[in-house]
Design a binder for this molecule. Structure first.
Ligand SMILES: [Zn+2]
Length: 258
């Protein structure tokens, strides 16, 4: 969304006090290492690939004007404390996250009430050439997407490593409203993209309104560097925050065997 929209929207800074396990467990018996497989993880069937951007202020881009990300240790075993205890502070749209209808739809579902079904199941990763910034209807129709239940775009942002660079880039690839309309009309259950917004930078939030208006969750900020176009199983589950419009999520893909 645009700068002006960003400042209007309700910002949500969540704070979690997380206690890391400080158990002192005995060492597990040494196990023999499995034989090395020559196939890259992302291409091997039956293997889950993490497509979540690691939340780290050093490497995670933050949308212009959005909340800063801060992780701190309140207590630290390494410094002589009796426990390790952390505090997180970050915007709801940090890193890999899901936009719920509430983000742009009045009375739309908040993130804790987005149904599970769209968030797990078959998904198609579509490769968008580096030269393409606007994924419009014409670009969408250059690819085979019609029989896909969930559509994920792998764009210049992955090619250029933008989800693992703290610099915010305004010229990320985005889903244009006419493509969003096609996806929504076709009954696609979920749409995903590999930068922290699906909307053209500075544009009114038409794509968000079209998708969220149909109850279609939008996954933003996927880290698809290691993934190629094709059919996958997807699981993407947001943190369950009551009555807010978005939340960071963990996303994994597994290649489907034809
Ligand atoms: Zn978002």
């Amino acid at each position: 969304m645009g700068n002006h929209m960003r400042t209007q929207k309700s910002r949500f800074y969540w704070t979690i006090v997380a206690a890391a396990a400080a158990s002192v467990m005995g060492c597990a018996p040494q196990q023999q290492a499995p034989a090395q497989v020559a196939i890259p993880d992302a291409l091997a069937p039956k293997r889950w690939v993490d497509v979540t951007a690691t939340l780290d202020p050093a490497t995670t881009p933050i949308y212009e004007g959005d909340a800063p990300m801060k992780f701190e240790f309140l207590k630290d075993l390494r410094k002589g404390d009796a426990v390790t205890l952390s505090k997180y502070s970050l915007g709801a749209h940090s890193g890999t996250h899901i936009d719920a209808p509430m983000h742009f739809v009045r009375d739309g579902a908040p993130i804790d009430r987005v149904p599970l079904e769209p968030l797990m199941g078959p998904a198609r990763v579509i490769d968008i050439p580096d030269a393409v910034q606007a994924i419009d209807a014409a670009e969408l129709n250059r690819h085979q997407w019609r029989d896909a239940q969930r559509v994920i775009f792998r764009t210049r942002s992955s090619v250029r490593g933008w989800m693992v660079s703290s610099n915010f880039h305004r010229d990320f690839a985005y889903i244009a409203p006419d493509a969003a309309q096609l996806l929504a009309d076709a009954g696609v259950q979920l749409v995903g993209i590999d930068y922290i917004s699906a909307e053209q930078f500075g544009a009114p939030p038409r794509t968000h309104r079209i998708l969220l208006g149909r109850g279609i969750p939008i996954v933003e900020g996927l880290s698809l560097e290691a993934v190629r176009a094709g059919d996958y199983d997807l699981i993407v589950l947001p943190i369950k925050i009551a009555e807010h419009e978005a939340a960071p999520a963990r996303a994994v893909l597994r290649k489907r065997i034809p």
